[in-house]
Design a protein around this ligand. Structure first.
Ligand code: C5P
Length: 222
């Protein structure tokens, strides 16, 4: 695959994968994100000639060629890594499935099964994407992902406005064959200008089309 002049020198920060929030030394709260969509975006962008930094949650995927990868586990580590890498980025694509809540405390020792019930107190995590979109070093193009099981458009448009994003790529994870744990995807990308459907394809194909929208947004024309 050859470089594309639209991506020459473009600096792209991508987050991918789940986060694991530790309950104790052997247990955690996680989610079903495989990291494949974010890794595909990083791989395609690097192949097109962009300078890509990938902040990866706990996944077993290989690092795509030409991509600088930083591994993290918890939301707080992901946040620190994203903010440290933010200066000078042209675009941020938040493809990670970041936990919305984390345990208030991580137990230092394995929790024993002494009672019939166990209550965990969870606290809200910082919203990394919203923080990036409102940051002094905000990249010119900030893209979020919305995995929804119902009312895709309403939730996606809500997030676009509330988090002050340039684009939000929404997928209906209740549909078989798209989204989590799959090799394929289909996205509806919302922006202030309207919506763009990216039809069903491999995550690499979908990533490439999404990157085309990012380049357009940054005023990079073929
Ligand atoms: O609000 P919701 O979690 O559905 O938004 C999803 C988008 O926000 C994704 O792009 C995800 O990476 C990002 N996010 C984040 N920090 C959080 C929660 C979500 O960056 N704490």
């Amino acid at each position: 695959m050859s470089h594309d002049p639209r991506f020459a020198g473009l600096r792209l920060l991508v987050s991918a994968g789940p986060t694991y929030e530790d309950i104790d030394p052997v247990r955690f709260l996680g989610n079903r994100s495989s990291g494949k969509m974010g890794f595909a975006i990083a791989a395609e962008a690097a192949a097109l000639g962009a300078e890509v930094t990938l902040i990866a949650g706990p996944v077993t995927l290989p690092t795509p060629a030409g991509v600088r990868r930083i591994d993290v586990r918890r939301v707080l580590e992901m946040r620190a890594a994203v903010l440290a890498e933010l200066p000078g980025q042209d675009a941020y694509i938040a493809a990670a499935a970041v936990a919305d809540y984390m345990p208030e405390h991580t137990a230092a020792q394995k929790i024993k099964k002494t009672g019939d019930t166990l209550t965990l107190i969870l606290v809200k995590t910082p919203d990394i994407l919203a923080e990036v979109a409102n940051h002094a070093d905000r990249p010119r193009c900030v893209v979020g992902f919305a995995a929804e099981t119902a009312e895709l458009e309403r939730y996606a448009l809500g997030k676009l406005r509330e988090k002050r994003l340039d684009m939000i790529a929404a997928n209906d994870v209740s549909q078989p064959g798209v989204g989590f744990e799959c090799d394929d995807n289909a996205l509806t990308v919302f922006s202030a200008e309207g919506k763009h459907e990216i039809g069903h394809g491999t995550k690499a194909e979908v990533a490439r089309e999404l990157l085309g929208l990012v380049a357009e947004r940054l005023g990079r024309t073929p």
